[in-house]
Design a protein around this ligand. Sequence first.
Ligand code: T4K
Length: 376
Amino acid sequence: MNDEKIYVTQPHLPPLDEFVSYLQKIWETKWLTNNGPFHQQLENQLADYLGVKYISLFTNGTLALITALQALNITGEVITTPYSFVATTHALWWNNIKPVFVDIEKKTCNINPNKIEAAITSHTTAIMPVHVYGNPCMVDEIERIADRNSLKVIYDAAHAFGVKLNGNCVLNFGDLSILSFHATKVFNTFEGGAIVCRDSKMKQHVDDLKNFGFRDEVTVTSSGINAKMSEVQAAMGLLQLKYIDSSIEKRKTIDLLYRATLKNINGLEFMEILPSVIYNYSYFPVFIDEEKFGMSRDGIYEELKTHSIFSRRYFYPLISQFSTYRDLESAKPGKMPIAENVAEQILCLPIYSELEMETVYRIVSIIKDCIKNKVG
Ligand code: T4K
């Protein structure tokens, strides 16, 4: 019995001595936050790396989402997905915006564009889709709907660091996109996040908003908040950028190994990544059809736990099932059958750059043993 605990993810950490040299610089300059040199360098380097025009760093992804809604003056109702981390909808709620949930597509787990227009009312001002697991939404359809109905689009791209669609960074779609650099993400700055903007005016507005609305010592342009990234976080980001390509490459190897070893199992399906997508391998979701597989998703989840393997059911329960939101008309049971079904089937298996191949084989064999023990 192997007692080592294996979690759904583990942060990539660069060599400590390299990080210490960044800390030494911070100690020398005594510049800890407020648009310091590392902050500025990271904004420039990330914009280059990701292939976006402007990026504004945040202390976390949730404050980036909240601020993005403020930056675009979003009010009233926003159409969104119930299949995400709860921060997506909380960001609306914190801005006194009513979330209106619509169902997802089975294939991508993302909002179904065909369901959006029926949910638009005279109060709708925006659409807030999520590129779940980093798999891109149907961005062209969403843009057409937004244009037709004069709506803004804010993508929650918390999972989509480095993802490209037809060669273009997926963060370039919509009016704004937000990223999370939390410890559990492909690219982490301990905690962290960003807003990707299309023009310099918006970048300035977002920069003002995250710094109390201060433009200079005597000018306050808006009722902003404090959502600035610190120099320690930015230093971590600069160092992470050196290792990000190899880290994603290692994740890819794990993804391929899972796909090769778990293929052709009745009742176990993978998420499809289209050839037009350059993916970041941030999650490895599988979908368990209890009837065909012979054991429930929760059965596998519990069985893995007995072997100290902690997979996660991202995103179960649906956001619309949490007490804050379940009384909303759009959240009523039966209204989003696909999302309800996917939330019952989803299991995210461990994936991170330092996950040993041996461990992947072990996880696969536990899953295969579930079939042997429960069926036939
Ligand atoms: N939008 C979307 C679509 C999101 O997924 C998220 C965050 C946000 C917005 C908001 O962005 P942030 O404000 O967080 O920047 C985690 C993360 O806390 C959260 O950032 C993430 N999404 C969500 C999907 O997952 P938990 O509650 O599952 O995290 P936790 O602490 O259980 O961590 C999972 C596993 O990771 C642990 O079992 C072990 C490992 N781990 C975790 C941490 C924190 C480590 O090895 N080291 C660590 O430091 O929410």
